[in-house]
Write a protein that binds this ligand. Structure first.
Ligand code: GLV
Length: 326
């Protein structure tokens, strides 16, 4: 019997490429950059499965073009805003993602951004490379204490909760907001559920851990930044478009808030003439929050397993739309 045809849209850990290649008729996109849209469509015509990234748009056009034999969409990421889930479900196509394994790593990275922005780590390090470490000065590079501050978490999912756990050693007060109140989690960390405006007004650090959807798109706009404290720092390790980048620029430039730490931007990659890149109080890293050796290996393993299960008609180990099985 012919092996199922699959397209893998980027290199993942080699042992999982080997595994997929043994069990399927695989085409691997070998470039560092995503396949251009026309190439993606050409390569996926008639495939039984795709292993994709958040840079690949998987929409009705993609599904029509792939054909009715498409049995699985396996994404190597926890987020899936690049995939039209409703459309996949309508067509009975299971969509896999890689939750859980990246939770701790992403929470660590959120903290790295918080500390870097608060204590001006990247700015002062850049100053050394520019030859500007001339002396120890009582008034140089003053930042903001994390210890004892108020942490406001928007989005109390798995990652938000792990970010909260890490704040205990810093003796922080924790506020959170989520569309779903999580009373079951509140007592363990003495977290207080507040509305979004209260959180913005009272927090010294605001971290974003929401999905990107119609209600979170540009959730952080001029009005939201205006509610924040002037010493506050915003951290985004969720999705770039949750923040209106122009509003963020205005808030940072006009000192409405003190700093930002961004793992994600809008667009990605950030354009080199984006004014946010000119600001010393904006720490930006290239969407690396889950990028540890261990985590990316586990993400590769789950994405490969979901792909292989899907083409065999077996349930995915992590499925975004399990209703396709009922
Ligand atoms: C990365 O952003 C992910 O969703 O896993």
């Amino acid at each position: 019997m012919a092996k199922p045809r699959v397209f893998v849209s980027r290199e993942i850990f080699p042992e999982f490429i080997d595994l997929i290649a043994t069990e399927t008729d695989m085409e691997l996109w070998p470039d560092e950059l995503p396949p251009p849209r026309d190439v993606l469509l050409e390569k996926t015509q008639g495939v039984d499965g795709i292993l994709c990234l958040l840079t690949d748009k998987i929409d009705p056009e993609f599904m029509d073009n792939a054909g009715t034999q498409l049995k699985v969409i396996s994404q190597i990421a926890v987020g899936f805003d690049n995939i039209d889930i409703h459309e996949a479900t309508k067509r009975g196509i299971p969509v896999g993602n890689t939750p859980e394994v990246l939770t701790q790593t992403t929470a660590d990275a959120t903290w790295a951004l918080m500390l870097a922005a608060a204590r001006r780590i990247t700015e002062s390090e850049r100053a050394i490379h520019a030859g500007n470490w001339r002396t120890w000065h009582p008034l140089h590079y003053l930042g903001y204490d994390v210890y004892g501050a108020t942490l406001g978490i928007i989005g109390m999912g798995r990652i938000g909760f792990e970010v909260a756990k890490r704040s205990v050693g810093f003796d922080m007060k924790i506020l959170y907001y989520d569309v779903n109140r999580r009373e079951d989690l509140e007592e363990e960390l003495s977290m207080e559920y507040v509305d979004k405006d209260t959180l913005l007004a009272e927090s010294d650090f605001v971290t974003l851990h929401t999905d990107l959807n119609d209600s979170t798109y540009h959730m952080m706009d001029d009005k939201a930044f205006a509610k924040m404290k002037s010493n506050a720092i915003i951290v985004n390790a969720a999705r770039g478009p949750v923040i209106d980048p122009q509003a963020l620029y205005r808030a940072l430039k006009d000192s409405k808030i003190a700093g930002a730490g961004l793992d994600v931007t809008d667009p990605e990659p950030i354009l080199m003439d984006d004014p946010l890149l000119q600001l010393e109080n904006c720490v930006i890293v290239p969407h690396i929050a889950s990028a540890s050796h261990t985590t990316r290996r586990e993400m590769s393993s789950i994405a490969a397993t979901n792909l292989l299960n899907g083409v065999k008609g077996e349930p995915l180990i992590t499925c975004v739309n399990p209703e396709v099985y009922s």
